[in-house]
Design a protein around this ligand. Structure first.
Ligand code: ADP
Length: 206
């Protein structure tokens, strides 16, 4: 039996650019399933061996090793299919935070049909830092709390994550300005994703 290939879109952009906010909103629309890799890590039992190992990386702003990341991704998505939380036959998988380097993109190639990359961009780096500082206060996220960790995550994004964009054909990559209200950014994302979703799943959703 061949492995499932998920019809997918990638939510892509620097830490603090709003991937999680948009992913959550989009995930509440019928026909979209939001998967956040950061949430999958944060949902691990912090006292488990895996939870502790993951924290040694995330608390420094480093990427978790690819083998751990991809294995957890596969397991969590498969569980979501089994429990009925995610139906690949009727839902577009919106991936937030994965793939996060070119090797992960390669490891996921056979599992994903990437129909669109939503690349949220901003030239206003200070506003991203401010958002992360606010999130640290609101959600108590340790990796948002320290300036040097935020800085490290930014550098990791530039050095390791940006090259993922080159792994996909230019015509699937959509650069969208992330400045604006959540509703304005959502409208731009839906301009891209709604027709793609309708094209793939209209008969299941209509
Ligand atoms: P942000 O919302 O700031 O982009 P995330 O919540 O996506 O951050 O991720 C938090 C942390 O989880 C990352 O700094 C990293 O340590 C780890 N992480 C998340 N996704 C991945 C991934 N695909 N590969 C490796 N590490 C990851």
């Amino acid at each position: 039996m061949s492995a499932t290939v998920y019809q997918s879109a990638l939510l892509f952009g620097a830490p603090g650019v709003g991937k999680g906010t948009q992913g959550e909103i989009l995930g509440s629309i019928p026909g979209f399933h939001h998967f956040s890799m950061g949430d999958a890590f944060r949902n691990l039992n912090p006292e488990s061996d895996l939870g502790k190992e993951v924290r040694t990386y995330s608390s420094r702003g480093e990427l978790v090793p690819d083998s751990i990341t991809i294995e957890l991704w596969r397991r969590t998505v498969a569980d979501q299919v089994l429990t009925g939380e995610f139906d690949p036959a009727t839902e577009l998988l919106l991936l937030d935070g994965i793939p996060r380097n070119a090797d992960q993109a390669g490891l996921l190639r056979d599992s994903l049909d990437v129909l669109a990359v939503i690349h949220l961009t901003t030239s206003d780096r200070q506003s991203l830092f401010d958002r992360l500082a606010k999130r640290a206060r609101q959600q108590g996220r340790a990796d948002d709390a320290k300036d040097e960790v935020i800085k490290r995550r930014w550098d990791v994004y530039q050095d390791e994550t940006q090259p993922v964009l080159a792994c996909y054909p230019d015509d699937v990559v959509n650069d969208l300005d992330a400045l604006g209200t959540p509703a304005e950014v959502l409208a731009k994302i839906l301009d891209v994703l709604a027709p793609i979703q309708a094209g793939k799943f209209a008969s299941a959703l209509g």
